[in-house]
Every structure is written in C-alpha cells, then in structure tokens.
Design a protein around this ligand. Sequence first.
Ligand SMILES: [Zn+2]
Length: 310
Amino acid sequence: MSLQRTIKKEITCHSIGLHSGKKVGMIIKPANTDEGIIFVRRNENGGSRIKAHIGNVSDTTLATTIGNNGTSVSTIEHLMSAFRGMGVDNAIVELDAAEVPIMDGSALPFVKLLNEAGIKIQKKFRKWLVVKKPVTVTDGEGTVSIIPSPDFQITYKIDFDHPLIGEQSYHMFFSKDIYEQDICIARTFGFLKDVEYLQAKGLALGGSLQNAIVLNEEKIINKEGLRCPDEFVKHKVLDAIGDLSLIGMPILGHLIAYKSGHKLHNSLLQELLSHKDNWEIVRRYKNKRPVEGQSPFFHAPSPISAPLNA
Ligand SMILES: [Zn+2]
C-alpha cells in the first residue's frame, strides 16, 4: 500500500443531493500522482476546481463542505471516506451540482463504483503524516484526540439518550479489508424530529428512508432495520475516515473519539497541523509494523511544505 493509487477508468453515477433534494450527476476520473482528490463543479466555462483539503473546508455544520473563490461542494465525507478506505489517493470528481450525491447514506455504493472502475497502482510513493505528539480538542461533552501510533487506528465511542442506540464503541486497526467488509456499509442516521425541523427550514430536502436510518422516540422507522447491530458507531468511524483524509495523505496515528462529529474532527486536524512539532511527513517504503530498533520510514528527500499550504 505504499505506492499511490488512482482508478483505472472513468465512472459515472446519479443520485439525489441530501440537502437540495435535486438530482446530481457525478463522474469520477483517474488523476496523476500527487494530484490528490480534486472536485470540479461543472459550469458553462468548464468548471471550478476545489482540492479536497483541510485548508478548503468552509463549513462542518451538517456535513463537510469545501469551497474556494465562491464555489463550494458539500457532503463530501462519505465519498472521501470511500477513497481513503479503498486506498485511492488521486481522482477527479466532476459534479453538476453543489453537493455529492447521497446514494444510500453509506459509502457502499461508492466502494462498488471504485471496484467497478478498478484500482491502478501508480509509480510514486505516498506521503504519510506521522503524528508525533498527542493532540486533543473538546467541545462540550465531545472530545477527540490523536496520539502517536505506528498504525492508523480508530477508537470511537458514541452515547445517545435513545433506547436503540445508547452507548456503542468500536475499535479498528485500519485496513482496506475491514473497511470494505464492516465500515463502508454503515448508513448515516437521524431522528425524525430533527429531520422534520430541518425540512421545515428547507434543509435535508432529499433526506428519506432510502438514504438514512431514521429513528422516532422508541424505534427505527426503516422497515429493513439495521445492517449490523453497531451500524451507528460504525457510521461515525466512516465519517471520521473521510474527515481525516482531508489532510491530503494517510495518517499514522490513533484517533480516539467520544461524542464527536465533523466539526470536532475538523478542529482536531487544525490543531494538529498548527504546531510543526506535532507531526512529520515521511514516505513509507514497507507496509509493516516497525521492528524494534529499525525505522520503517525514510524521510522524504525534498523539503515539504506544511500540509496547510497544499
Ligand atoms: Zn456521515
């Protein structure tokens, strides 16, 4: 997994936008090494490009939105999660609307599309961001930390005052196989009273039982029920993988989150990157946990600017 990857061929899909409720067309195309994930809002002049990067995040209220020069793309997190989960570093995502299609509310349809396109290994090593010092941010009861670790690990805990959710926790040593089997299938969820409130305000107009798990006071409204008993916490892990990928490269560190969400994930990355001694960028040449006394890393040969400037 040390070489960069893109997709083998262009793929197209259509679905509705969660917030607009309108149809969105999306084309994902292969990209060159070191391009990263680039969103293009198509218009009569061709389109405006926005790099999927923490420096371009413009809103994290209901979903993760990126923007620059007056153009924005929202609800990018499930697609970004699928790219990172499946190890795709470089791709161009063309959209004819201001949001990524919501599909079924999980990342599974995107994973299927990426598998259908095929993954192409490119001839350049990846950069990795290695966490050197623990960093924590909090907001009310919510807290999220990232601590040094030779692997990308996630420990996530949620606690909702609802009889069907309550406390759930999940831990993973990140791998493509676990992501594909267990994480990408987890759908987003919401409470009926919140959905009604948002729709009255003209938001979440595309939200339905086809693209979210919806709960009322005591039960799940969706007839099909849950895809797995811990689907709620797994969806939070799916979101975290997408949000962390906005650093522009894989991370080696252990994310520990409690009652967190897009806003806190974003604040954590800002805090992590704000001090140069919190992190280091390396190129990994072996996909092995370090053997005692040996470093699995060598330093990137040329000076690399802070990821915030990427
Ligand atoms: Zn989500």
